[in-house]
Design a protein around this ligand. Structure first.
Ligand SMILES: Cc1ncc(COP(=O)(O)O)c(C=O)c1O
Length: 523
Protein backbone atom coordinates (compact mmCIF):
# COMPACT_ATOMS: atom_id res chain seq x y z
CA UNK A 1 0.00 0.00 0.00
CA UNK A 2 2.83 2.37 0.84
CA UNK A 3 4.45 1.77 -2.54
CA UNK A 4 1.13 2.33 -4.29
CA UNK A 5 0.49 5.67 -2.74
CA UNK A 6 4.00 6.84 -3.48
CA UNK A 7 3.70 6.13 -7.22
CA UNK A 8 0.51 8.09 -7.31
CA UNK A 9 1.92 10.98 -5.38
CA UNK A 10 4.66 11.17 -7.96
CA UNK A 11 2.13 10.78 -10.76
CA UNK A 12 -0.44 13.46 -10.13
CA UNK A 13 -0.08 17.09 -9.37
CA UNK A 14 -3.13 16.98 -7.19
CA UNK A 15 -3.62 14.73 -4.18
CA UNK A 16 -5.42 11.58 -5.24
CA UNK A 17 -7.15 8.71 -3.55
CA UNK A 18 -5.12 5.68 -2.52
CA UNK A 19 -4.79 2.96 -5.14
CA UNK A 20 -5.69 -0.58 -4.24
CA UNK A 21 -2.88 -3.04 -4.48
CA UNK A 22 -3.71 -6.48 -5.91
CA UNK A 23 -7.08 -7.57 -4.68
CA UNK A 24 -8.84 -10.89 -4.86
CA UNK A 25 -10.69 -11.15 -8.18
CA UNK A 26 -14.02 -11.24 -6.32
CA UNK A 27 -13.90 -7.49 -5.70
CA UNK A 28 -13.12 -5.95 -9.09
CA UNK A 29 -15.34 -2.97 -8.36
CA UNK A 30 -12.85 -1.79 -5.75
CA UNK A 31 -10.08 -1.49 -8.32
CA UNK A 32 -8.61 1.97 -8.60
CA UNK A 33 -10.03 4.42 -11.17
CA UNK A 34 -8.01 7.62 -10.81
CA UNK A 35 -9.96 9.74 -13.31
CA UNK A 36 -13.38 8.81 -12.04
CA UNK A 37 -12.24 9.18 -8.46
CA UNK A 38 -10.86 12.64 -9.11
CA UNK A 39 -14.12 13.72 -10.74
CA UNK A 40 -16.09 12.39 -7.79
CA UNK A 41 -13.99 14.46 -5.42
CA UNK A 42 -15.60 17.66 -6.64
CA UNK A 43 -15.51 20.01 -9.61
CA UNK A 44 -12.37 19.17 -11.56
CA UNK A 45 -11.62 22.81 -12.33
CA UNK A 46 -11.62 23.82 -8.67
CA UNK A 47 -9.56 20.78 -7.81
CA UNK A 48 -6.94 21.78 -10.36
CA UNK A 49 -6.97 25.44 -9.53
CA UNK A 50 -6.31 24.80 -5.86
CA UNK A 51 -3.27 22.74 -6.79
CA UNK A 52 -1.92 24.96 -9.54
CA UNK A 53 1.85 25.31 -9.28
CA UNK A 54 3.23 28.70 -8.29
CA UNK A 55 4.14 30.99 -11.21
CA UNK A 56 7.85 30.80 -10.47
CA UNK A 57 7.86 26.98 -10.50
CA UNK A 58 8.26 25.07 -13.78
CA UNK A 59 6.94 21.55 -14.40
CA UNK A 60 10.33 19.98 -13.66
CA UNK A 61 10.54 21.81 -10.30
CA UNK A 62 7.03 20.67 -9.57
CA UNK A 63 7.91 17.03 -10.31
CA UNK A 64 10.90 17.36 -7.97
CA UNK A 65 8.72 18.78 -5.19
CA UNK A 66 6.19 15.96 -5.55
CA UNK A 67 8.65 13.11 -6.01
CA UNK A 68 8.57 10.18 -3.64
CA UNK A 69 10.16 6.77 -3.34
CA UNK A 70 8.88 3.37 -4.49
CA UNK A 71 10.11 -0.19 -4.63
CA UNK A 72 10.45 -0.77 -8.37
CA UNK A 73 13.83 -1.45 -9.93
CA UNK A 74 15.53 -2.76 -13.05
CA UNK A 75 18.97 -4.00 -13.99
CA UNK A 76 20.91 -5.43 -16.94
CA UNK A 77 21.11 -9.20 -17.27
CA UNK A 78 22.51 -11.32 -20.13
CA UNK A 79 19.84 -11.63 -22.81
CA UNK A 80 18.02 -14.97 -22.63
CA UNK A 81 19.36 -15.83 -19.17
CA UNK A 82 17.02 -17.50 -16.71
CA UNK A 83 16.18 -14.71 -14.22
CA UNK A 84 16.07 -17.21 -11.37
CA UNK A 85 19.48 -18.71 -11.92
CA UNK A 86 21.79 -16.06 -13.40
CA UNK A 87 24.34 -14.50 -11.07
CA UNK A 88 25.47 -12.01 -13.72
CA UNK A 89 23.78 -8.64 -13.59
CA UNK A 90 24.75 -5.00 -13.77
CA UNK A 91 23.30 -1.79 -12.40
CA UNK A 92 21.79 0.47 -15.07
CA UNK A 93 24.28 3.05 -13.81
CA UNK A 94 27.16 0.96 -15.15
CA UNK A 95 28.46 1.59 -18.65
CA UNK A 96 28.17 -1.87 -20.13
CA UNK A 97 26.78 -3.06 -23.45
CA UNK A 98 27.66 -6.76 -23.57
CA UNK A 99 27.51 -9.70 -21.18
CA UNK A 100 30.66 -11.48 -19.92
CA UNK A 101 30.37 -13.95 -22.78
CA UNK A 102 30.00 -11.14 -25.35
CA UNK A 103 26.24 -11.62 -25.77
CA UNK A 104 23.45 -9.04 -25.72
CA UNK A 105 22.07 -7.59 -22.51
CA UNK A 106 18.44 -7.11 -21.55
CA UNK A 107 16.82 -4.78 -19.05
CA UNK A 108 15.14 -6.98 -16.45
CA UNK A 109 12.49 -5.46 -14.20
CA UNK A 110 11.68 -6.60 -10.69
CA UNK A 111 8.48 -8.31 -11.78
CA UNK A 112 7.58 -9.36 -8.24
CA UNK A 113 7.44 -5.72 -7.19
CA UNK A 114 5.34 -4.79 -10.24
CA UNK A 115 3.04 -7.78 -9.65
CA UNK A 116 2.04 -6.39 -6.27
CA UNK A 117 -0.45 -4.37 -8.34
CA UNK A 118 -3.01 -6.00 -10.58
CA UNK A 119 -3.70 -5.42 -14.25
CA UNK A 120 -6.65 -3.14 -13.54
CA UNK A 121 -4.42 -0.91 -11.42
CA UNK A 122 -1.80 -0.50 -14.16
CA UNK A 123 -4.41 0.04 -16.86
CA UNK A 124 -6.07 2.78 -14.83
CA UNK A 125 -2.77 4.39 -13.92
CA UNK A 126 -1.55 4.50 -17.53
CA UNK A 127 -4.93 5.67 -18.83
CA UNK A 128 -5.00 8.49 -16.29
CA UNK A 129 -1.78 9.96 -17.65
CA UNK A 130 -2.59 10.14 -21.37
CA UNK A 131 -2.48 13.58 -22.94
CA UNK A 132 -1.48 15.49 -19.79
CA UNK A 133 1.34 17.99 -19.46
CA UNK A 134 2.54 16.74 -16.08
CA UNK A 135 6.30 16.18 -16.07
CA UNK A 136 7.29 13.61 -17.20
CA UNK A 137 4.10 11.53 -17.46
CA UNK A 138 2.67 13.51 -20.37
CA UNK A 139 5.15 11.62 -22.55
CA UNK A 140 3.80 8.34 -23.93
CA UNK A 141 7.06 6.72 -22.83
CA UNK A 142 7.30 8.20 -19.35
CA UNK A 143 3.61 7.60 -18.68
CA UNK A 144 4.89 4.04 -18.23
CA UNK A 145 7.94 5.13 -16.21
CA UNK A 146 7.60 2.33 -13.61
CA UNK A 147 8.01 -0.22 -16.43
CA UNK A 148 10.73 1.68 -18.29
CA UNK A 149 13.37 3.21 -16.00
CA UNK A 150 11.85 3.06 -12.53
CA UNK A 151 15.01 4.27 -10.81
CA UNK A 152 15.56 7.54 -12.66
CA UNK A 153 14.60 10.81 -10.99
CA UNK A 154 12.04 12.76 -13.00
CA UNK A 155 14.52 15.61 -12.73
CA UNK A 156 17.05 13.77 -14.91
CA UNK A 157 14.63 12.94 -17.70
CA UNK A 158 15.16 14.43 -21.16
CA UNK A 159 11.83 14.34 -22.98
CA UNK A 160 9.97 16.00 -25.84
CA UNK A 161 6.66 14.48 -24.68
CA UNK A 162 7.15 11.79 -27.32
CA UNK A 163 4.84 8.82 -27.87
CA UNK A 164 1.04 8.97 -27.65
CA UNK A 165 1.20 8.58 -31.43
CA UNK A 166 -1.78 8.26 -33.70
CA UNK A 167 -3.38 4.84 -34.21
CA UNK A 168 -5.74 5.32 -37.11
CA UNK A 169 -8.24 3.17 -38.93
CA UNK A 170 -7.01 2.64 -42.52
CA UNK A 171 -10.55 2.28 -43.74
CA UNK A 172 -10.17 2.84 -47.47
CA UNK A 173 -6.85 1.03 -47.89
CA UNK A 174 -8.22 -1.92 -45.95
CA UNK A 175 -11.47 -2.11 -47.90
CA UNK A 176 -10.23 -1.30 -51.38
CA UNK A 177 -7.00 -3.27 -51.56
CA UNK A 178 -7.43 -6.00 -48.97
CA UNK A 179 -11.13 -6.50 -48.27
CA UNK A 180 -10.40 -5.85 -44.59
CA UNK A 181 -12.60 -4.04 -42.10
CA UNK A 182 -10.33 -3.74 -39.07
CA UNK A 183 -7.00 -2.51 -40.39
CA UNK A 184 -5.07 0.07 -38.34
CA UNK A 185 -1.87 2.01 -38.74
CA UNK A 186 0.17 2.95 -35.66
CA UNK A 187 1.93 6.05 -36.89
CA UNK A 188 5.10 6.16 -34.82
CA UNK A 189 6.52 8.55 -37.44
CA UNK A 190 4.32 11.36 -36.15
CA UNK A 191 6.90 12.20 -33.58
CA UNK A 192 9.43 14.79 -32.56
CA UNK A 193 12.11 13.84 -35.13
CA UNK A 194 9.78 11.95 -37.46
CA UNK A 195 10.45 8.35 -36.49
CA UNK A 196 9.89 5.83 -33.68
CA UNK A 197 13.51 6.31 -32.62
CA UNK A 198 12.42 9.12 -30.28
CA UNK A 199 10.76 6.53 -28.03
CA UNK A 200 14.05 4.83 -27.26
CA UNK A 201 16.24 7.89 -27.39
CA UNK A 202 14.43 9.74 -24.62
CA UNK A 203 15.27 6.81 -22.34
CA UNK A 204 18.89 6.49 -23.39
CA UNK A 205 19.69 10.20 -23.25
CA UNK A 206 17.91 10.53 -19.90
CA UNK A 207 20.09 7.78 -18.46
CA UNK A 208 23.20 9.46 -19.92
CA UNK A 209 22.09 12.71 -18.33
CA UNK A 210 21.88 10.92 -14.99
CA UNK A 211 25.31 9.29 -15.49
CA UNK A 212 26.89 12.65 -16.27
CA UNK A 213 25.35 14.15 -13.14
CA UNK A 214 26.91 11.23 -11.25
CA UNK A 215 30.29 12.25 -12.77
CA UNK A 216 30.60 9.03 -14.77
CA UNK A 217 33.09 9.31 -17.65
CA UNK A 218 30.72 10.19 -20.50
CA UNK A 219 31.93 13.04 -22.68
CA UNK A 220 29.38 12.49 -25.44
CA UNK A 221 27.00 10.00 -27.01
CA UNK A 222 27.65 8.32 -30.36
CA UNK A 223 25.83 6.13 -32.84
CA UNK A 224 26.06 4.61 -36.29
CA UNK A 225 22.86 5.24 -38.15
CA UNK A 226 20.86 4.72 -41.29
CA UNK A 227 19.43 8.17 -40.62
CA UNK A 228 16.66 8.10 -38.05
CA UNK A 229 18.72 7.13 -34.99
CA UNK A 230 21.14 10.00 -35.60
CA UNK A 231 18.25 12.44 -35.94
CA UNK A 232 16.75 11.34 -32.63
CA UNK A 233 20.08 11.17 -30.81
CA UNK A 234 21.15 14.64 -31.90
CA UNK A 235 17.80 16.19 -30.99
CA UNK A 236 17.64 14.75 -27.47
CA UNK A 237 21.32 15.44 -26.80
CA UNK A 238 20.92 19.01 -28.02
CA UNK A 239 17.95 19.46 -25.73
CA UNK A 240 20.06 18.39 -22.73
CA UNK A 241 23.29 20.12 -23.84
CA UNK A 242 25.14 16.80 -24.30
CA UNK A 243 27.57 16.43 -27.25
CA UNK A 244 26.48 13.89 -29.88
CA UNK A 245 28.62 12.19 -32.52
CA UNK A 246 27.05 10.36 -35.46
CA UNK A 247 28.57 7.99 -38.02
CA UNK A 248 26.58 7.98 -41.26
CA UNK A 249 27.10 5.90 -44.41
CA UNK A 250 27.95 8.47 -47.12
CA UNK A 251 25.27 8.91 -49.81
CA UNK A 252 22.99 6.24 -48.38
CA UNK A 253 20.52 8.31 -46.38
CA UNK A 254 17.94 10.90 -47.39
CA UNK A 255 18.75 14.62 -47.34
CA UNK A 256 16.09 15.21 -44.68
CA UNK A 257 17.69 12.61 -42.45
CA UNK A 258 21.17 14.06 -43.01
CA UNK A 259 20.14 17.61 -42.27
CA UNK A 260 18.55 16.73 -38.91
CA UNK A 261 21.78 15.97 -36.97
CA UNK A 262 23.56 18.79 -38.78
CA UNK A 263 20.90 21.28 -37.70
CA UNK A 264 20.86 19.92 -34.13
CA UNK A 265 24.60 20.52 -33.78
CA UNK A 266 25.86 16.92 -33.78
CA UNK A 267 29.41 16.12 -34.88
CA UNK A 268 28.60 14.32 -38.13
CA UNK A 269 31.03 11.89 -39.76
CA UNK A 270 30.03 10.88 -43.29
CA UNK A 271 31.89 7.63 -43.91
CA UNK A 272 32.34 5.90 -47.22
CA UNK A 273 30.92 2.56 -46.15
CA UNK A 274 27.52 1.02 -45.43
CA UNK A 275 25.64 0.88 -42.09
CA UNK A 276 27.33 -2.36 -41.07
CA UNK A 277 30.72 -0.71 -41.66
CA UNK A 278 29.72 2.34 -39.57
CA UNK A 279 28.45 0.06 -36.80
CA UNK A 280 31.76 -1.79 -36.63
CA UNK A 281 33.67 1.50 -36.41
CA UNK A 282 31.49 3.04 -33.68
CA UNK A 283 31.84 -0.08 -31.56
CA UNK A 284 35.62 0.09 -31.84
CA UNK A 285 35.68 3.81 -31.10
CA UNK A 286 33.34 3.63 -28.09
CA UNK A 287 35.44 0.90 -26.52
CA UNK A 288 38.41 3.32 -26.51
CA UNK A 289 36.88 6.77 -25.91
CA UNK A 290 34.44 8.02 -23.23
CA UNK A 291 31.61 8.12 -25.77
CA UNK A 292 28.42 6.36 -24.72
CA UNK A 293 27.10 3.99 -27.42
CA UNK A 294 23.54 4.78 -28.44
CA UNK A 295 22.85 2.01 -30.94
CA UNK A 296 20.09 -0.47 -30.19
CA UNK A 297 22.75 -2.93 -29.09
CA UNK A 298 22.20 -0.80 -25.99
CA UNK A 299 19.12 -2.36 -24.44
CA UNK A 300 17.97 0.87 -22.76
CA UNK A 301 16.48 2.11 -26.03
CA UNK A 302 14.24 -0.91 -26.35
CA UNK A 303 12.64 -0.05 -23.00
CA UNK A 304 11.29 3.13 -24.54
CA UNK A 305 10.35 1.50 -27.84
CA UNK A 306 8.31 -1.19 -26.08
CA UNK A 307 5.87 1.47 -24.88
CA UNK A 308 4.47 1.72 -28.44
CA UNK A 309 3.13 -1.82 -28.00
CA UNK A 310 1.56 -0.95 -24.64
CA UNK A 311 0.08 2.15 -26.24
CA UNK A 312 -1.57 0.08 -29.00
CA UNK A 313 -3.34 -2.04 -26.39
CA UNK A 314 -4.32 1.06 -24.47
CA UNK A 315 -5.70 2.73 -27.61
CA UNK A 316 -7.83 -0.35 -28.27
CA UNK A 317 -9.10 -0.07 -24.70
CA UNK A 318 -6.95 -3.08 -23.78
CA UNK A 319 -8.32 -5.30 -26.53
CA UNK A 320 -5.55 -7.35 -28.15
CA UNK A 321 -5.18 -7.15 -31.95
CA UNK A 322 -4.69 -10.38 -33.91
CA UNK A 323 -1.65 -9.19 -35.86
CA UNK A 324 1.03 -6.52 -35.57
CA UNK A 325 3.32 -6.01 -38.59
CA UNK A 326 6.66 -4.26 -38.11
CA UNK A 327 9.42 -3.46 -40.62
CA UNK A 328 12.78 -4.81 -39.42
CA UNK A 329 16.43 -3.94 -40.05
CA UNK A 330 18.70 -4.09 -37.02
CA UNK A 331 15.80 -5.96 -35.37
CA UNK A 332 15.63 -4.14 -32.06
CA UNK A 333 12.12 -2.86 -32.64
CA UNK A 334 10.47 -6.23 -33.26
CA UNK A 335 11.83 -7.39 -29.91
CA UNK A 336 10.77 -4.16 -28.21
CA UNK A 337 7.19 -4.68 -29.36
CA UNK A 338 7.27 -8.27 -28.18
CA UNK A 339 8.59 -7.18 -24.80
CA UNK A 340 5.86 -4.56 -24.40
CA UNK A 341 3.10 -7.04 -25.24
CA UNK A 342 4.65 -9.75 -23.12
CA UNK A 343 4.90 -7.48 -20.04
CA UNK A 344 1.24 -6.53 -20.43
CA UNK A 345 0.27 -10.18 -20.39
CA UNK A 346 2.57 -11.06 -17.52
CA UNK A 347 1.24 -8.22 -15.39
CA UNK A 348 -2.38 -9.06 -16.13
CA UNK A 349 -3.34 -6.09 -18.33
CA UNK A 350 -4.31 -8.47 -21.16
CA UNK A 351 -4.60 -12.24 -21.46
CA UNK A 352 -2.77 -12.91 -24.75
CA UNK A 353 -0.36 -11.30 -27.17
CA UNK A 354 -0.79 -10.64 -30.90
CA UNK A 355 1.00 -12.61 -33.60
CA UNK A 356 3.96 -10.56 -34.83
CA UNK A 357 5.09 -10.22 -38.43
CA UNK A 358 8.53 -8.86 -39.22
CA UNK A 359 8.79 -7.39 -42.73
CA UNK A 360 12.13 -7.06 -44.49
CA UNK A 361 13.27 -5.61 -47.81
CA UNK A 362 14.22 -8.48 -50.14
CA UNK A 363 17.48 -6.58 -50.74
CA UNK A 364 18.36 -6.84 -47.03
CA UNK A 365 16.64 -9.98 -45.83
CA UNK A 366 18.88 -12.02 -43.50
CA UNK A 367 16.06 -12.66 -41.00
CA UNK A 368 13.70 -13.75 -43.76
CA UNK A 369 16.26 -16.29 -45.02
CA UNK A 370 16.82 -17.60 -41.50
CA UNK A 371 13.05 -17.95 -40.97
CA UNK A 372 12.61 -19.71 -44.31
CA UNK A 373 15.31 -22.17 -43.26
CA UNK A 374 13.10 -23.04 -40.25
CA UNK A 375 15.47 -21.17 -37.89
CA UNK A 376 17.81 -24.12 -38.45
CA UNK A 377 21.59 -23.82 -38.47
CA UNK A 378 23.61 -20.74 -37.64
CA UNK A 379 22.29 -17.37 -38.64
CA UNK A 380 24.05 -16.10 -41.77
CA UNK A 381 24.47 -12.35 -42.26
CA UNK A 382 24.12 -11.10 -45.84
CA UNK A 383 25.57 -8.19 -47.76
CA UNK A 384 22.67 -5.74 -47.87
CA UNK A 385 21.89 -4.28 -51.28
CA UNK A 386 20.51 -0.83 -51.91
CA UNK A 387 16.84 -0.43 -51.05
CA UNK A 388 14.41 2.47 -51.02
CA UNK A 389 13.73 1.38 -47.45
CA UNK A 390 17.19 2.72 -46.65
CA UNK A 391 16.81 2.67 -42.87
CA UNK A 392 16.52 -1.12 -42.94
CA UNK A 393 19.40 -1.74 -45.33
CA UNK A 394 21.21 -3.90 -42.80
CA UNK A 395 22.79 -7.29 -43.52
CA UNK A 396 24.17 -8.17 -40.09
CA UNK A 397 21.51 -7.20 -37.54
CA UNK A 398 22.74 -6.67 -33.99
CA UNK A 399 19.47 -7.89 -32.43
CA UNK A 400 19.09 -11.12 -34.39
CA UNK A 401 18.78 -13.25 -31.23
CA UNK A 402 16.20 -10.88 -29.78
CA UNK A 403 14.15 -11.02 -33.00
CA UNK A 404 14.20 -14.82 -33.20
CA UNK A 405 12.96 -15.08 -29.62
CA UNK A 406 10.19 -12.53 -30.26
CA UNK A 407 8.99 -14.33 -33.38
CA UNK A 408 9.17 -17.82 -31.91
CA UNK A 409 7.25 -16.77 -28.79
CA UNK A 410 4.54 -14.93 -30.70
CA UNK A 411 3.93 -17.58 -33.37
CA UNK A 412 5.39 -14.97 -35.68
CA UNK A 413 6.05 -14.78 -39.40
CA UNK A 414 8.73 -13.09 -41.51
CA UNK A 415 7.88 -11.69 -44.96
CA UNK A 416 9.88 -9.80 -47.57
CA UNK A 417 9.19 -7.11 -50.16
CA UNK A 418 10.94 -6.46 -53.46
CA UNK A 419 11.66 -2.88 -54.45
CA UNK A 420 8.74 -2.84 -56.87
CA UNK A 421 6.37 -4.33 -54.31
CA UNK A 422 7.30 -1.89 -51.57
CA UNK A 423 7.10 1.14 -53.85
CA UNK A 424 3.74 0.02 -55.28
CA UNK A 425 2.35 -0.58 -51.80
CA UNK A 426 3.58 2.85 -50.74
CA UNK A 427 1.89 4.49 -53.74
CA UNK A 428 -1.35 2.57 -53.13
CA UNK A 429 -1.40 3.61 -49.48
CA UNK A 430 -0.65 7.22 -50.39
CA UNK A 431 -3.52 7.16 -52.90
CA UNK A 432 -5.87 6.51 -49.97
CA UNK A 433 -4.68 9.59 -48.10
CA UNK A 434 -1.62 8.31 -46.28
CA UNK A 435 1.90 9.57 -46.96
CA UNK A 436 4.01 6.69 -45.76
CA UNK A 437 7.73 5.99 -45.67
CA UNK A 438 9.17 3.10 -47.74
CA UNK A 439 9.68 1.00 -44.58
CA UNK A 440 5.97 1.14 -43.96
CA UNK A 441 5.61 0.12 -47.62
CA UNK A 442 7.60 -3.00 -46.74
CA UNK A 443 5.20 -3.74 -43.88
CA UNK A 444 2.16 -3.17 -46.10
CA UNK A 445 3.60 -5.53 -48.71
CA UNK A 446 3.88 -8.21 -46.03
CA UNK A 447 0.24 -7.60 -45.16
CA UNK A 448 -0.84 -7.78 -48.81
CA UNK A 449 0.97 -11.11 -49.22
CA UNK A 450 -0.46 -12.58 -46.01
CA UNK A 451 -3.97 -11.50 -46.99
CA UNK A 452 -3.57 -13.01 -50.46
CA UNK A 453 -2.43 -16.32 -49.01
CA UNK A 454 -5.35 -16.23 -46.55
CA UNK A 455 -3.12 -16.30 -43.46
CA UNK A 456 -4.58 -12.96 -42.37
CA UNK A 457 -8.38 -13.04 -42.55
CA UNK A 458 -10.64 -10.18 -43.71
CA UNK A 459 -11.92 -9.50 -40.19
CA UNK A 460 -8.64 -9.92 -38.32
CA UNK A 461 -7.80 -6.90 -36.22
CA UNK A 462 -4.47 -5.94 -37.74
CA UNK A 463 -2.00 -3.16 -36.94
CA UNK A 464 0.72 -2.02 -39.33
CA UNK A 465 3.47 -0.10 -37.58
CA UNK A 466 4.51 2.95 -39.58
CA UNK A 467 8.02 3.67 -38.38
CA UNK A 468 8.85 7.05 -39.93
CA UNK A 469 7.19 10.04 -41.51
CA UNK A 470 6.85 9.96 -45.30
CA UNK A 471 8.14 13.53 -45.54
CA UNK A 472 11.61 12.21 -44.71
CA UNK A 473 11.59 10.12 -47.87
CA UNK A 474 10.19 12.38 -50.58
CA UNK A 475 12.91 11.65 -53.17
CA UNK A 476 11.79 8.03 -53.55
CA UNK A 477 8.22 9.24 -54.15
CA UNK A 478 9.40 11.82 -56.69
CA UNK A 479 11.34 9.10 -58.53
CA UNK A 480 8.38 6.72 -58.46
CA UNK A 481 5.77 9.18 -59.68
CA UNK A 482 8.02 10.47 -62.45
CA UNK A 483 8.57 6.90 -63.65
CA UNK A 484 12.31 7.37 -63.24
CA UNK A 485 13.14 4.13 -61.44
CA UNK A 486 14.94 1.55 -63.55
CA UNK A 487 13.27 -1.90 -63.62
CA UNK A 488 10.15 -0.62 -61.81
CA UNK A 489 6.88 -0.16 -63.69
CA UNK A 490 5.51 2.59 -61.38
CA UNK A 491 2.00 1.16 -61.92
CA UNK A 492 0.37 3.63 -59.57
CA UNK A 493 2.29 6.74 -60.64
CA UNK A 494 0.36 10.01 -60.65
CA UNK A 495 2.64 12.49 -62.44
CA UNK A 496 1.63 16.13 -62.86
CA UNK A 497 0.17 17.12 -66.25
CA UNK A 498 2.03 19.79 -68.18
CA UNK A 499 -0.44 22.35 -69.56
CA UNK A 500 -0.08 25.48 -71.68
CA UNK A 501 -0.98 28.68 -69.77
CA UNK A 502 -4.30 29.34 -71.55
CA UNK A 503 -7.94 28.79 -70.62
CA UNK A 504 -8.74 26.43 -73.51
CA UNK A 505 -5.86 24.05 -72.75
CA UNK A 506 -6.69 23.98 -69.04
CA UNK A 507 -10.38 23.28 -69.79
CA UNK A 508 -9.49 20.49 -72.23
CA UNK A 509 -7.38 18.56 -69.75
CA UNK A 510 -9.85 19.12 -66.93
CA UNK A 511 -12.82 17.87 -68.95
CA UNK A 512 -10.90 14.78 -70.04
CA UNK A 513 -9.90 14.13 -66.43
CA UNK A 514 -13.41 14.59 -65.03
CA UNK A 515 -14.95 12.34 -67.68
CA UNK A 516 -12.46 9.56 -66.93
CA UNK A 517 -12.88 9.96 -63.16
CA UNK A 518 -16.65 9.90 -63.44
CA UNK A 519 -16.78 6.69 -65.45
CA UNK A 520 -14.17 4.92 -63.32
CA UNK A 521 -15.74 5.94 -59.98
CA UNK A 522 -19.20 4.70 -61.11
CA UNK A 523 -17.92 1.26 -62.18
C1 LIG B 1 12.10 4.16 -40.39
C2 LIG B 1 12.64 2.89 -39.83
N1 LIG B 1 11.90 1.79 -39.93
C3 LIG B 1 12.33 0.61 -39.44
C4 LIG B 1 13.55 0.50 -38.82
C5 LIG B 1 13.97 -0.83 -38.32
O1 LIG B 1 14.06 -0.91 -36.93
P1 LIG B 1 15.07 -1.98 -36.32
O2 LIG B 1 16.45 -1.57 -36.80
O3 LIG B 1 14.93 -1.87 -34.86
O4 LIG B 1 14.69 -3.29 -36.88
C6 LIG B 1 14.36 1.63 -38.70
C7 LIG B 1 15.67 1.51 -38.06
O5 LIG B 1 16.63 2.14 -38.37
C8 LIG B 1 13.89 2.86 -39.20
O6 LIG B 1 14.61 3.97 -39.09
Amino acid sequence: MAAASSILRSTFVSPCPQPNPRRPSKSPSRAFHPIKAAAADGPAALHQKNNRRPADENIRDEARRLSSSHNFSARYVPFGADPASTDEWYSLDEIVYRSRSGGLLDVQHDMDALKKFDGQYWRSLFDSRVGKTTWPYGSGVWSKKEWVLPGIASDDIVSAFEGNSNLFWAERFGKQFLGMNDLWVKHCGISHTGSFKDLGMTVLVSQVNRLRKMNKPVVGVGCASTGDTSAALSAYCASAGIPSIVFLPANRISISQLVQPIANGAFVLSIDTDFDGCMKLIREVTSELPIYLANSLNSLRLEGQKTAAIEILQQFDWEVPDWVIIPGGNLGNIYAFYKGFHMCRELGLVDRIPRLVCAQAANANPLYLHYKAGWKGDFKPVRANTTFASAIQIGDPVSIDRAVLALKNSNGIVEEATEEELMDATAQADSTGMFICPHTGVALTALIKLRRSGVIKPTDKTVVVSTAHGLKFTQSKVDYHSGAIKDIGSRFANPPVQVKPDYGSVMDVLKKYLLNKDSSSRK
